[in-house]
Write a protein that binds this ligand. Structure first.
Ligand code: GRF
Length: 212
């Protein structure tokens, strides 16, 4: 069983997609050990509680400085014996001590086709505003391992989504979630849980059958 801790900040629809995929047998060998939010009011915590999964708030506001917060976050994740950390709409800047503790064992979902519309400042609706401003006809989502940079780690899965003429950032965000994020995030977790993902020379290799 892959012990997985999910870090969230908001509504938790990606978290819900993970729970639903476990229930549907689309994610196997995986246990969600805890959901941790920097925001006490995140609805994602409620989704966890409803399911009987530990729901924990660790907010920077409750620590005297960033280092103390970073250490507390890492200790909490490690207290669950996490094999995998999933950033599912997590707005916290992940500290280096966490990246170092989970090399190629922490994944993030980003709502664009990396390397487009990613990096510092590209989060939430801003990503979709930028895509519409540039006039791209295709966008999508990316699941990647987390390294020291912002959205720079090895790419695991990507899925393209059509941009339509009269899209607003909100409409596009919803389509990207429905058609891409909620599919590829659970898919990536299942692949990792079943030992099908490796990183070779900084690139992800996926083995889809026992013959590979
Ligand atoms: C998603 O668009 C995700 O890609 C982005 O923030 C949003 C989180 O949504 N980083 P939710 O909290 O999973 O509903």
């Amino acid at each position: 069983m892959l012990k997985t801790v999910v870090l969230v900040s908001g509504g938790g629809t990606n978290l819900q997609a993970i729970f639903d995929a476990i229930d549907a047998g689309k994610i196997t060998n995986t246990e969600i050990s805890a959901v941790i939010s920097n925001n006490a009011n995140a609805y994602a915590l409620e989704r966890a509680r409803k399911r009987g999964v530990d729901a924990v708030c660790i907010s920077p506001k409750n620590f005297e400085n960033r280092d103390a917060f970073n250490r507390a976050l890492l200790e909490k994740v490690q207290s669950y014996g996490a094999d995998l950390v999933v950033l599912a709409g997590c707005l916290v800047v992940i500290p280096k001590i966490m990246v170092d503790a989970f090399p190629n064992r922490m994944i993030n979902i980003h709502p664009s086709l990396i390397p487009a519309f990613c990096g510092t400042g590209y989060y939430g609706l801003k990503v979709h505003e930028a895509a519409l401003a540039r006039g791209v006809k295709v966008t999508g989502a990316t699941v990647h391992f987390v390294d020291d940079g912002t959205d720079t780690g090895p790419i695991i899965l990507q899925k393209a989504v059509e941009v339509r003429q009269d899209d607003t950032p909100e409409i596009l965000q919803r389509r990207v979630m429905e058609e891409a994020e909620w599919r590829i995030l659970p898919q990536a977790i299942d692949l990792i849980a079943n030992g099908k993902v490796s990183v070779v020379d900084g690139q992800v290799k996926i083995c889809n059958s026992s013959a590979d």
